[in-house]
Design a protein around this ligand. Structure first.
Ligand code: AMP
Length: 194
């Protein structure tokens, strides 16, 4: 089982790269952002709760997010593993992910690959994406900047959790999509071979 955490600030390219990893490793992407947006679209109670945070560019509370992820895993069993895109985003979530993988499958995170992109490039990319993504949080620059602030205040520290486990690799997220994909493949293959 290959469990990859795709890590990095909003707009770093996680979603784009997840598609290539899915294909190469036969591991489905799980994007907690996509799961929230699905609930929002279907006007579920979870969607309504999540929207109040998403609209402000803030993180949804840990327990709500983790329960949603755990339910999704139960409903989509996969022996090959998963690509976690946008989860974990806090140290509490990182601890929960370790627990969930241990309890459900007796497995661990294989590697966390972090895409590094500077802030002003992120803002530009997200505003560009907002023209077609249909995401309210990609259109307003203030919300985009709040999301980046949340990343630095709550998410960046998660690096320490995975570094302590020797499961952290940083990859330059600037370049062509293909170049970055190749770097990700190399890092994941290396971690898998260990
Ligand atoms: P994303 O699609 O990953 O950019 O996520 C969009 C929004 O969903 C975020 O700004 C948060 O409000 C919420 N969200 C997604 N994943 C998480 C998570 N792991 N923890 C808390 N909130 C999340």
């Amino acid at each position: 089982m290959l469990n990859i955490v795709l890590f990095g600030p909003p707009g770093c390219g996680k979603g784009t790269q997840a598609k290539f990893l899915e294909e190469k490793y036969s591991t489905p992407q799980i994007s907690t952002g996509d799961l929230f947006r699905f609930n929002l679209k279907n006007e579920t109670e979870l969607g309504k709760l999540a929207q109040s945070y998403m609209d402000k560019g803030q993180l949804v509370p840990d327990e709500v997010t983790t329960n949603m992820l755990s339910d999704h895993l139960d409903k989509h069993p996969n022996d090959y593993g998963y690509i976690f895109d946008g989860y974990p985003r806090t140290t509490a979530q990182a601890q929960k992910l370790d627990e969930i993988l241990a309890e459900k499958y007796n497995k661990e995170v294989t590697i966390t690959v972090a895409l590094v992109v500077e802030d002003e490039v992120l803002v530009k990319r997200l505003l560009e994406r907002g023209k077609t993504s249909g995401r309210a949080d990609d259109v307003d620059e203030n919300i985009i900047r709040s999301r980046i602030t949340e990343y630095y205040e709550k998410t960046a520290v998660v690096a320490e959790h995975f570094k302590a486990q020797g499961k952290w690799v940083e990859i330059d997220g600037i370049g062509t999509i293909e170049e970055i994909t190749q770097k990700l493949f190399a890092a994941i293959d290396h971690a898998q071979a260990k």
